[in-house]
Design a protein around this ligand. Structure first.
Ligand SMILES: [Zn+2]
Length: 225
């Protein structure tokens, strides 16, 4: 009994920050209102991944320092380290096309969150893709793990990007927890049309999201969120 109580206390401790972050600390927005933002900031947006833009452009070659390297005279060059890089590390830069009831936008998912979503590092994913026939620019696993999946994305708005014809938003965090997602929907019901509610019902009832919360975020289902 003491062990169970201890686990519940640990679960509460670990789960509450996530709930706080996505439900209380971060201002919620629809994609349409995100595009109307005139101030830089971080916002929580619920949406469904409908595709990955850019064909084979779902990863970037990087230096050990984390910066993107550029091809130069047959080598890769890191402008931050100011040197040629021999051991280039591939990292995710997935340009996900995300829809909600109001609009759609490109959300850019980088290495750490890409690993959470796909359960593999970018290097591992590239090895898996070696056997893929020419012309298939994106691994099959994208369809299974990304497409039609709905999450709350915490995204960063940089008004400088709004000058682009199609702005993009870097993803800072993703909430997989179906109870937090359900609460988010309840708190912001005006964001969602009846059609979207149908998609959300499917998504939040799925066991996958809860499993991802527990396994990937190494958090327990505390029963409160
Ligand atoms: Zn570097």
């Amino acid at each position: 009994m003491q062990i169970i109580q201890k686990l519940q206390r640990i679960a509460l401790y670990q789960c509450t920050p996530l709930r706080e972050e996505f439900l209380n600390r971060t201002l919620a927005k629809t994609i349409e209102s995100l595009k109307d933002c005139t101030e830089d900031g971080e916002y929580a947006v619920y949406g469904t991944i409908k595709g990955v833009d850019g064909g084979a452009d779902w990863f970037i070659p990087t230096c050990r320092c984390g910066s993107e390297v550029i091809p130069r005279n047959g080598f890769y060059y890191c402008s931050d380290c100011k040197k040629c890089v021999v051991n280039v590390i591939p990292r995710y830069r997935i340009k996900a096309r995300v829809n909600d009831a109001s609009d759609s936008a490109t959300f850019v998912i980088f290495e750490s969150l890409g690993c959470l979503l796909l359960h593999k590092s970018c290097s591992e994913m590239l090895k898996l893709s070696e056997g893929v026939p020419v012309g298939c620019e994106q691994p099959d696993v994208f369809k299974q793990m990304l497409l039609e999946k709905s999450f709350i994305f915490k995204v960063e708005v940089k008004t400088a990007n709004n000058n682009d014809f199609e702005p993009f938003y870097n993803v800072i965090d993703i909430c997989f927890n179906d109870r937090i997602i359900a609460k988010f929907m309840e708190m912001h019901s005006s964001f969602f049309s009846p059609q979207t509610d149908k998609i959300i019902g499917y998504s939040t009832d799925g066991k996958t999201n809860r499993w991802q919360c527990i396994v990937l975020r190494k958090e327990f289902d505390c029963g409160l969120c």
